[in-house]
Design a binder for this molecule. Sequence first.
Ligand code: 13P
Length: 250
Amino acid sequence: MRKKVIAGNWKMNMLPNEAIDFITEFAPLVKDTKHEVILCVPYTDLFYALLHAQGTNIKIGAQNMHWEEKGAYTGEISAQMLKSIGVEYVIIGHSERRQYFAETDETVNKKIKSALANNLKPIVCVGETLEQREQGVTEKIITTQVEKALEGISAESLAQIIIAYEPIWAIGTGKTATKEDANDTIKQIRKKIAEIYGQNEAERVIIQYGGSVKSSNAKELFEMSDIDGGLVGGASLKPEEFSKIVKFDE
Ligand code: 13P
């Protein structure tokens, strides 16, 4: 049985004092959950979030990183830097980074390798545009993204990776993929992983759904056979709302 992993992606929101207030209110609400809970926060919140999440069951993640360890890359943060302050997870290849910051399948692959080399767990995002969905090429787009992201990565390392299927047309739009569509696409991802790594690995890998997840639809999505939790944007900014998503089955 795969566990459910529910991660919040705060994107470019929350000042440190807001992050501290959030965790103070949120931690007691989710303290008894059996699911894994992660908050992926802006760089400027990381230190405060780590401090205030100490002694709780909340794990902290970043939202991006550079693939080099160090060097002349003004404004960038490396996996080693994230690890050095105690960060456990890092989102890689979010569609907003692919769209606005020239992230490609190649940079995604390099970042995943660097994250793994530094014992950070990557949450790797894949997803199709509305146009691609309407053209009927979703499966091709998604499986190609997965294949390129995982190029050269061992089966052993795969166990450290979470994949998040986030259809771009469902992000921040209030439009959620139907639970059947989301489940089907995630099954296709699992099939691709089975082709590369074998059936056992495919059965073990955690694959989340993301895109307008809220407390009112979390249960129906997360109870589907292949959806192992969610990557939540807007609805992860409110402690009570996000706690209801984490406790979708209570
Ligand atoms: P929303 O939940 O706001 O649609 O964002 C999803 C997302 O992009 C999470 O990474």
